[in-house]
Every structure is written in structure tokens, then in C-alpha cells.
Design a protein around this ligand. Sequence first.
Ligand code: MAN
Length: 350
Amino acid sequence: MKDLAQRFPENPLLLPKDLTVSSSEMQIISLLNPGAFSYDDKIWLLVRVAESLSQKEGFIYVPVLDASGKTELVEVALNDPDLIATDPRIVNYKGLDYLTTISHLRLLCSTDGVHFEEPEGYAPLFGNGPLERFGIEDCRVAKIENTYYLSYTAVSESGVAVGLRTTTDWKNFESKGLILPPHNKDCAIFEEKINGKFYALHRPSSVDLGGNFIWLAESPDGLHWGNHKCIVKTRDDLWDSARVGAGAAPIKTAEGWLEVYHGANKKNQYCLGAFLMDLEDPSKVIARTKEPIMLPLETYELSGFFGYVVFTNGHIIDGDTLTVYYGAADEFVCGAHFSIQQILSALIKI
Ligand code: MAN
């Protein structure tokens, strides 16, 4: 099967061994799901670096941040009957869920969009406080006027939620706390106000009624969100039957706001699709692709920390060219070009 993505021949662009650990007792397990933005005439990625503690045979060490931001560990014997460790991403111990890795966000920049380096003087972003004790992940970057809005997944034993920080210079950050409480992630803020209001896509999930659907919210100030509407649902028997979630900020086109999103089926296989929202009222979804616009095909997408995954939350737009930066197999950072026109042509009216 073919898809619409023109993958970079240089893929994977970044591998775990390309970056240094955040502290000596850690090891980098994966680099994934970068936010992307232009700043200072360069292309920047805000890469999710997932680390774990060096493991000892027979034990599993789960990393969490203590009150001062230092990594501490929870040690569990692998033969402990209270341990459930069937998913490489999460373990359950004595009825509580933990992540096997802890993520922080690392800034890298590039002049060609292909070769990325860590510039001096730009510190990594770490989880901060009790609601980010299991780390911060999958950050979307939206530039509105002169401010960058960083909406990311904040993880702790209290749940998975959406945190927000803002910056104008990538050196000083203002933390705005959680803007959406658990369970919620995949929050992509529109880069333009519509009729004076901020808009964002987000993905709450319920363990009971409902599902893993994409919602739209509006806000007078980018901090307080309301008037939530459920706009895109999973589709039975298709590639996005189990969960859907927004990618990066919607792309403004003459035909509407175009959103590249991820969907997964019940086997946790992740592909990308697209949908189109009305320019004046984004709660109206006008069209959606039926087939994925990108699916895991290459070896680096099919096998890794968690195989059969392409996942994006960062892109750069240049005319008709959409450069999507994505996490492959939950382990590598990759890039692909799309033609925006081609994505629009693949949409089917609703
Ligand atoms: C899922 C996956 C993981 C992630 C957790 C918490 O299990 O997306 O990669 O760490 O959720 O967000």
C-alpha cells in the first residue's frame, strides 16, 4: 500500500544515541513526537526524550520526579505478583499505573530542516510539580502574535492532562498550569483567533460512556477554555476505530482549517489522517479522509520501542509543502513532506 507522505531519505533524523542523557543514572529509550516551529530564521524541534533508569536484572525501576525535580525510583521485582507489565509503555503495580519512561522536552534547531543540533543556551524543559511527576510529553507549539503557546501532556499519578507554558524567546517560560484536567491530551491550539476567540482541539477520554474523540474548545484568553464540542469520532472497522487525536495546529487554507490527526485501531497501530473544519465556525467538520494519508511502512516505523506507529504533533508550512515531523515506532524522530493540495484532494465531504 502507498500513502501520500514523501519520507526524508535521511530518516530517521534522530536516534536515542544522538542525544546525551539528562543525568548520569538515566538512559535514553526513545526520541519521539516533536513539536516544530520557526524561530530566529531556523527550524526548531521540541523533541520528547523518554528516559529510564539503568535496569538491574530481575527488577523493574520506574522513574518519577520528586518534589525538587530530582528523579527517584520505584523498584519492583519482576516476579512480584502485584506487577502487571504487558505494555512496554506502562506498568501497573499494586493497582496503580506508572510509566516505564519519564519524558522531558529538548530544543534542537536546524538551518535545512533535516540536520538538527542542540544549540547552546537553550535549556531542556522538565516536568515541574506534583501534576508532572511522571514527565511531560508530545508538545504542540502554536505561535499567536508574538507568543509561543506550548500545550503538552502532563503526566502524574493523578492522571494525564494538558499543561500550558508560554514563551517569547525560548529561554524564559511562564507556566500557566493545567488548562485541561485528566483524562486529556493531544491539545492543538489554533494559531489565529477566530472572531476574537482562541480555539483548540483536544482529546478527553472516558472510561465509561463515550470514547477517545477529538473535541473543540474556545477561550477568551488562551487559558480558560469552555463551550466544548465533540467534533471527530472513531470509526468502527477503520484504521481509526479505537482513538483519534489532533496533531499540530490546524492549517489555514482557502477551503477551511485542515487538521492532520492520528488514529489508532484496537491493536494500537497508529496512522495519520486529515479532516477539514469550516473557516468561520471550526465546530463544523466539512470533510475527512477515509484512508490514512500516512501509515507505518518503513522498518523504522514498523519496529522500535512500540512498533507500527507514525505519530505527529509538529509541522512546518511553506506554500503548498507541509513538512511533518513525526515519531516513528515510539523511538525515532523522522520527517516527511506532503502537498497540502494533495491532502485536500483526498478529503471526502461529510
Ligand atoms: C500512552 C502512550 C505513552 C504515554 C502515556 C501517557 O500510554 O502514549 O507513550 O507515555 O500514554 O501519556
